[in-house]
Design a binder for this molecule. Structure first.
Ligand SMILES: *Cc1c(COP(=O)(O)O)cnc(C)c1O
Length: 435
C-alpha cells in the first residue's frame, strides 16, 4: 500500500433508528470509566451539512471559503470539500492537507500576514494563485517567488485591530502606494479582503467602513488597470442563524450599493466557527473538587445554597482543549452528564478549572451546577474550534480521542450532496453504531 503506514485512521459511526448523540456520549463515558477517564470529543458530521444548508439559504451570494485553522480534522476537510467549499490556508501544511482532499488550486487562498518563503514557493509550485498580501515586504517576496500570483490586498479594520491589538492589514492611506508598487513589480492585484471578528460591537458601522474602504481600493486598482473582481469579507460568523441574519442585513445593502451583482465581482466570506463549532461536543471528567462555604446560622436553606461555592478541576484546561479561551473566546456553560434528569435538583455557584493549578487555567468563572463528585462528567457543546488534529500538534488536545458520528438521515442527504466518507485511501471507514 502506498502512503504512510502509520497514517491515522478515522472511523465514522453511522447512527440508525432512535440512537441519539447522548447515547453515543453515554457509551463512551462508560468505556472511559473503565479505563483512564480521558476527556474525549464527539463529532456530529451532519451538523456541517446543516450549517451549509443554513448558509446557502440565507447568504447564497456569499461564497464560503473555510479557514482551515479553525479545525483541520481531515474528516471535516473531506466533508466541506465535497460540499464544494473553498479553503483559506495559512501555511504549507494546510495547503497540502486541502490539496490531498482533492480541492482544486483555484479554490484555495493562501492567507497569512507574514508568509515563509518556502510556503510562497510551495503555492507557486502547486498553482495556488490567490494570495492575501498586506504590505510592501510581502509584496516584494511574492513578486520574486510567485510572479503569477493574484493578490487580494488585506485592508485593516478597526474591529480586527481592536480584537487582536495588532495592526492587521494596510490602511487606505497606504493603498495607492501598494497598488503602484504591485504595478511596477508586475504582480496582478485582483481584489481586497478584510475581517471583522464576531466580538465586534457595532457590526453595521464596521461593515460600513470596511465596504466603503474596499470600494476605494477597487476604484484605485481599476484606475491602475488591474482587473479587480474578488472581494473577501472575512469571518466573524458565530454559527447561529440569528447572527448570520444580522450580518446579512448589515452587509447586503452595502454590497448592493458598492458591489452590485452586475459589477461581476465575486464576493467571498470565511466562515470558520460557523461551520464547525456546533458539530463537536467535548466530554471532560471532574478530577478534583474544593468547597468554599460561608455559613451563617440565620440563613434559610436556599440562601445557604447561594453561599456554598464549588471549585471543580477538570482533566482539560486552557493548555489543552480550551486554548481558544486564552484568545478571548467565550466558553459555553457545560451541562452535567446524567444530572439533567432529576429536575428540581439544587444548583450551586461553581467555577471550573483545568488541571494545571495555574491562575490562567480557569475555564468557566462562574456557573450554576448541581453538586458534582470527582469522577463525574461535564459536557461542553460548541467545541468545534477546540483545536482538533494537526491544528494543535503541540497541545495535549491532539491526543484526545475523537469519535465521529453521522445520523443515517443526514448521511443520505450528504451522499446526495456528493459526500463520500468510506474512502480507504484516506483511511476513512464507516461502521454501524452498536451500543
Ligand atoms: C480566524 C479568521 C477567520 C475565521 O473567523 P471565524 O470567526 O471563525 O469565522 C476569518 N478570517 C481571518 C482573517 C481569520 O483570522
Amino acid at each position: 500500500m502506498k502512503g504512510f503506514p502509520d497514517k491515522p485512521s478515522y472511523i465514522i459511526e453511522l447512527l440508525e433508528g432512535g440512537v441519539t448523540l447522548e447515547d453515543v456520549i453515554d457509551g463512551h463515558i462508560c468505556e472511559q470509566d473503565q479505563v483512564e477517564k480521558s476527556a474525549f470529543v464527539v463529532g456530529d458530521l451532519g451538523a456541517l451539512m446543516r450549517q451549509h444548508a443554513c448558509w446557502q439559504g440565507l447568504v447564497p451570494q456569499l461564497q464560503p471559503y473555510y479557514p482551515v485553522k479553525c479545525n483541520s480534522s481531515p474528516v471535516v476537510i473531506e466533508v466541506l470539500a465535497s460540499l464544494g467549499l473553498g479553503f483559506v490556508c495559512s501555511n504549507k501544511a494546510e495547503v497540502s492537507l486541502v490539496l490531498d482532499h482533492g480541492v482544486p488550486p483555484e479554490n484555495i487562498i493562501l492567507s497569512s500576514a507574514f508568509k515563509q518563503l518556502a510556503h510562497i514557493k510551495y503555492a507557486a509550485k502547486n498553482r495556488i494563485q490567490h494570495l492575501v498580501c498586506e504590505n510592501e515586504a510581502e509584496l516584494s517576496k511574492i513578486a520574486r517567488l510567485h510572479p503569477d500570483a493574484k493578490l487580494l490586498l488585506q485592508l485593516t479594520t478597526e474591529a480586527h485591530a481592536a480584537e487582536t491589538s495588532m495592526p492587521f492589514g494596510f490602511s487606505l492611506k497606504s493603498c495607492r502606494h501598494l497598488l503602484e508598487m504591485a504595478k511596477e513589480l508586475g504582480v496582478q492585484v485582483v481584489g481586497a479582503a478584510f475581517h471583522i471578528p464576531s466580538s465586534c460591537q457595532d457590526l453595521q458601522q464596521a461593515y460600513n467602513h470596511a465596504l466603503s474602504d474596499a470600494r476605494c481600493v477597487f476604484d484605485m486598482g481599476l484606475a491602475l488597470g488591474f482587473n479587480m473582481n474578488i472581494l473577501d469579507i472575512g469571518g466573524g460568523f458565530t454559527g447561529s442563524e440569528f447572527q448570520l441574519k444580522q450580518v446579512e442585513s448589515a452587509v447586503r445593502p452595502l454590497l448592493d450599493a458598492y458591489f452590485p451583482q452586475r459589477s461581476g465581482v465575486q464576493v467571498l466570506a470565511q466562515p470558520g466557527c460557523f461551520y464547525v463549532a456546533s458539530a463537536f461536543t467535548l466530554a471532560v471528567c471532574v478530577i478534583g473538587k474544593e468547597v468554599v462555604t460561608h455559613c451563617w446560622e440565620t440563613l434559610s436553606q436556599a440562601e445557604k445554597n447561594e453561599d456554598t461555592e464549588f471549585l471543580y478541576y477538570m482533566n482539560e484546561g486552557v493548555y489543552g482543549s480550551f486554548s481558544h479561551k486564552l484568545l478571548g473566546s467565550s466558553i459555553t456553560i457545560p451541562s452535567a452528564h446524567k444530572h439533567a434528569l432529576c429536575a428540581g435538583e439544587a444548583v450551586y455557584p461553581s467555577s471550573l478549572w483545568g488541571p494545571s493549578l495555574d491562575q490562567l487555567d480557569q475555564v468557566v468563572e462562574r456557573c450554576l451546577l448541581p453538586e458534582l463528585i470527582v469522577g463525574d462528567w461535564l459536557l461542553f457543546s460548541n467545541m468545534g474550534t477546540c483545536g482538533l488534529e494537526e491544528f494543535s500538534c503541540a497541545s495535549i488536545s491532539s491526543q484526545l480521542p475523537v469519535y465521529y458520528t453521522v445520523f443515517t438521515s443526514d448521511w443520505y442527504e450528504m451522499q446526495e450532496a456528493g459526500v463520500a466518507l468510506d474512502n480507504a485511501m484516506k483511511n476513512f471507514s464507516m461502521i454501524q453504531y452498536s451500543a
